[in-house]
Each structure stands twice: as structure tokens, then as C-alpha cells.
Design a protein around this ligand. Sequence first.
Ligand SMILES: Nc1ncnc2c1ncn2[C@@H]1O[C@H](COP(=O)(O)OP(=O)(O)O)[C@@H](O)[C@H]1O
Ligand SMILES: [Mg+2]
Length: 237
Amino acid sequence: MVSADAVFEVRGLGKTYGSGPSAVHALKGVDLDLFAGELVVLLGASGSGKSTLLNLLGGLDLPSAGRLTYRGWDLAGADEAGLTRYRRDVVGFVFQFYNLIPSLTARENVALITEIARDPMAPEEALKLVGLEARMDHFPAQLSGGEQQRVAIARAIAKRPQVLLCDEPTGALDLKTGMIVLEAIERINRELGTLTAIITHNAVIADMADRVLHLSDGRLDREHRNDRRAAVDALAW
Ligand SMILES: Nc1ncnc2c1ncn2[C@@H]1O[C@H](COP(=O)(O)OP(=O)(O)O)[C@@H](O)[C@H]1O
Ligand SMILES: [Mg+2]
């Protein structure tokens, strides 16, 4: 359920890497509200600033200009300890590469996180949400790429994050496997109500998002809203 509360308020957000003639203006005045429970897809050409925006939302980096708040808390002005707490307690990340520990089983990879989280679900529950209940005791090398990515998703959501940020989660997968991974993310958003932002090139997930945002050269230049239910029903999942 999408509610009317803005979870993130982004105003005039800018990010510049480097300085002088070699400075790169990766974001140039982005205005955006993100709401509780939304599934948002970010599209844009390579280099348009998608990862930069996601990293700022996730507290991995700080903006150079503008306002960025999470539930009214000034994320742009946070100190290192505040950012660490925020990333640990609030945000789940999924990246293109799974970064699983090869010597641990799927269950143990997830348990590594649930052991340090405040209100985690059981590793088994997280793995069930991504459809891996039959693969819990396999090692990463015994799993396909799509399965490994679903373990990484289970690891990201097992701490019940308020926000799930996914940067090209299907970038290393074929289209069909990618769909299974995106289906898992969509299900988590729907069942747990986790505000979810996904960078992807997959047009089908764009259809099942509540909103699709287009970044171009560091600016948000277009946005459209979907009838997400219709798209999800049409896929008959
Ligand atoms: N750490 C960094 N240092 C310098 N430039 C960077 C850094 N990260 C990204 N950039 C530059 O910022 C721009 C936006 O990058 P990015 O957000 O990664 O784009 P996207 O994810 O849309 O491909 C690019 O020109 C990129 O080269
Ligand atoms: Mg990127």
C-alpha cells in the first residue's frame, strides 16, 4: 500500500565528484519525493547519475548541494556514525554482483546479517520469501546466478529494512532469470511494504512499478505513473 507520507524529501540535490576542470557534475538539482510502500524504477543512460542518486538515498555518500531528508531526518548533514546507523538499521542494498561468502551456505550468508540486526526475521523466512526454501543449505558455487542473487536479496531484507535499494540487480543475469529475481523483489515490496527503488534496464519491471523516473545527464526529466496492479495481474504471477 502506498501512503501519502513522503519518506524521502529531495530538493535541489547535487553531487559533484572532484573539482576544477576535471569535476563531474553527476547530479544537478534533483527534486523528488519517495513515499512509503512505493516501488519505483529509475531509468536512464549509463552515466546519467542513477547510481549516484541511489547511493545518496542509501547513505553511502553525501551530496554536494541541496536537501535530503529521511522521515524528516537530515541525511545530507549526517555524521559518519549517523550514516553507519542509518545504513545498518534502515537500508537494504542489492547490487549487480552478489558478494556472497563462498564458504558459507545460503542460510549462513543470511544469518550473518540477522545476527547483528535489531528485529530480524529468521534466515529461513527470508529465503522462503525469495523462493529458496529448498536451497538453504547450498553453497554459492552450487547455486545459479539467479539463485545467488535471490540469496543476496534475502540477506538484504532479513533485517526488515524500511528501504530496499537495488542497483542493476539483474545486470549479470539473462532475461528470464532476471525476471524471477525482479519478481522476488516485487513480492517483497508488496508483502512487506518496503519502499523499494530499483535501477534496471528491464522494461517489464518498469511496467510493474508504481512510478518510473527517468534520469538524464544528472537531472530527473520525466516520470510516469503506472497502473501497477494491472501489469502484475497481466503477468499472472
Ligand atoms: N566516485 C566517482 N568519482 C568520480 N566520478 C564518478 C564517481 N562515481 C560516478 N562518477 C561519474 O558520475 C557520473 C554519473 O555516474 P553514475 O551515477 O554511476 O551513473 P549511472 O549509474 O547512471 O551509470 C558519471 O559521469 C560517472 O563517471
Ligand atoms: Mg550505475
